[in-house]
Design a protein around this ligand. Structure first.
Ligand SMILES: NC(=O)C1=CN([C@@H]2O[C@H](COP(=O)(O)OP(=O)(O)OC[C@H]3O[C@@H](n4cnc5c(N)ncnc54)[C@H](OP(=O)(O)O)[C@@H]3O)[C@@H](O)[C@H]2O)C=CC1
Ligand SMILES: CC(C)(CO)C(=O)C(=O)O
Length: 316
């Protein structure tokens, strides 16, 4: 630890990293941002979050870095890159870590910590952070925040045992709460990931395939039927894996989505910008789990294959 408050590193400052990092910096935390394509813009103009529920937050002086070697050692490393960047980002995470640092993957998908764990030394704690939020990058250094913002944390692996794990999660939860965010401990990180996937598996991919935002998807009976059937497949696999997802989860998510702003999930933006889509974390890993458990996910698999076709054409 450094001084009385932890030092925070944002590893990948896009929509999620920009939003949570700016909120923490505004609350007085010592936050250091690793950037890539938007480094110059942020260094010159700062980081701006245009938030519908919270108003404009403009961090004019940002501790921004293009090279991880210039970053000071950080106690909390919040990974805001897409899961597709994790293998190439891992050495930078290790380099920016203070002794005994907590690495938190603020990412969607299944088994993302399992894939990251072998790339980190055993001395680092690895946690997952599930972000319930609608944000996207509007321009270099500009994040649009449409709604929500809650974050739940769960411990994956590392040197802490038993009550020490809970204490670390509580420390993280308290940090986000101090920044004015709704934050909770997830009883089980794996279950929390499956539960969130019930939303991401249908909407992320269908937004790309059908070129539609959530409002358009919810206004059409055919797309609603597709969304619902994919949700039910994810729920079945999660339950087969031993996760007691709440009864009526799919219905509740459909209802909540009807009341959301017309939102384009992050996978839509990746496709639109020609960036890799998170197909491994959101589709391939759940499908592999389903195969191991002997549960079929025919509609999810069809969506995955269609998306993989789109991705292959895009990269050709
Ligand atoms: N957006 C949302 O509303 C939500 C997103 N999520 C999840 O959060 C995660 C992040 O998504 P999101 O914020 O939308 O993604 P973005 O594409 O907006 O941000 C990713 C950022 O990581 C940066 N990055 C990647 N690799 C490196 C690197 N090697 N060095 C430095 N920076 C790097 C990118 O830089 P560059 O500009 O160079 O590409 C970019 O700024 C995903 O897993 C997503 O599924 C979860 C809930 C909601
Ligand atoms: C489910 C949603 C839209 C908001 O909770 C989100 O967090 C995401 O896009 O991953």
């Amino acid at each position: 630890m450094h001084e009385s408050r932890p030092r925070i590193g944002i590893m990948g400052t896009g929509a999620i990293g920009g939003f949570y990092g700016a909120m923490l910096a505004q609350a007085g935390f010592d936050v250091h941002f690793l950037l890539r394509s938007e480094f110059e813009a942020v260094r010159e103009h700062g980081l701006r979050v245009n938030s519908v529920p919270r108003g404009v937050l403009h961090l004019r002086k940002v501790q921004a870095y293009r090279d991880v070697a210039d970053m000071p050692p950080c106690d909390w490393l919040l990974v805001g890159a897409k899961t597709t960047s994790n293998p190439s980002l891992a050495p930078a995470i290790v380099q920016a870590a203070a002794a005994g640092a907590k690495v938190v993957l603020l990412q969607n998908g299944i088994a993302v910590e399992d894939a990251m764990r072998p790339l980190l030394p055993d001395t680092l704690h690895l946690l997952g952070g599930l972000c319930f939020i609608c944000v996207h990058r509007e321009a270099p250094g500009v994040v649009e925040h449409q709604s929500q913002g809650a974050i739940s944390l769960g411990y994956h692996s590392g040197p802490a045992l038993g009550p020490d794990r809970q204490a670390l999660i509580d420390e993280g939860v308290a940090m986000f709460r101090e920044a004015g965010l709704d934050s909770h401990a997830a009883a089980s990180l794996e279950q929390a990931r499956w539960q969130k996937l019930v939303w991401n598996a249908p909407y992320n991919g269908l937004a790309v395939l059908l070129q539609a935002d959530t409002r358009a998807l919810m206004d059409n009976p055919d797309s609603v039927a597709l969304v619902e059937s994919i949700m039910r497949e994810v729920v079945s696999v999660a339950r087969a894996a031993g996760h007691a997802l709440p009864e009526g989860l799919a219905e509740k998510m459909l209802k909540t989505t009807r009341h959301m702003p017309d939102y384009l999930p992050s996978m839509y933006h990746d496709h639109a910008q020609g960036r890799p889509m998170e197909l491994e974390a959101i589709y391939a890993a759940p499908l592999a789990a389903a195969a191991r458990l002997g549960v079929e996910m025919p509609r999810t698999e069809a969506l995955f294959r269609a998306l993989r076709f789109i991705a292959a054409r895009q990269s050709a």
